[in-house]
Design a protein around this ligand. Sequence first.
Ligand code: ATP
Length: 194
Amino acid sequence: MEITMKNITKVYGDLTVLRHFNHTFRKGETTCIMGPSGCGKTTLLRLLMGLEKPDEGEILGLSGLRLGAVFQEYRLCENLNAVSNVRMVCSHAFPKERIIHALTEVGITDSLYKPVRDYSGGMKRRVAIVRAVLSDPEICFLDEPFEGLDEATRSAVGSWLYHQLSGKTVLMVSHDEEDALRMDASIFRLDQDI
Ligand SMILES: Nc1ncnc2c1ncn2[C@@H]1O[C@H](COP(=O)(O)OP(=O)(O)OP(=O)(O)O)[C@@H](O)[C@H]1O
């Protein structure tokens, strides 16, 4: 029950981001990928999500899995409200009340029906988090999921997310060890000497 990145090399023009990189992530657990800015953390997630192709190497253990993701740039439909954004990833029969309940639990209450273009960055991030969770992923990728949230919200949303994703495979990126702690994640430091 593992996801293996085997001999992965990723190059952008003159820049080699990963060179002959090998690592195994355990399924059913949360791993927090940490490392200096620009070291390739997002690239690593994008390779695992299949959004980038490695120049060399292979990734094993992911095929057929249902993916969920929170991207740094939210990727919401700006003209739709929070409920509609989440509803897009749910099955037809999924009760709207459960969507509203989840959004309320992360603190999106009175703005549920406003277009998300009018939301703050922190609110957009919380909508993206609820969308990722309610898509019922088998593996969830979280790229700096708590960025832009104040300490109290970070803690409340972190605890909600931890409970929702418990037992699933989660690969997250963060600069903050507190985030790893609140998600009960093991830390993987990406510090390749390229
Ligand atoms: N599509 C791309 N084209 C060219 N260069 C890229 C591309 N994507 C990433 N890079 C470069 O690859 C390197 C690694 O980027 P990446 O976003 O993976 O780093 P990171 O560790 O996630 O950084 P941060 O912590 O700042 O988010 C950076 O130098 C970045 O500029």
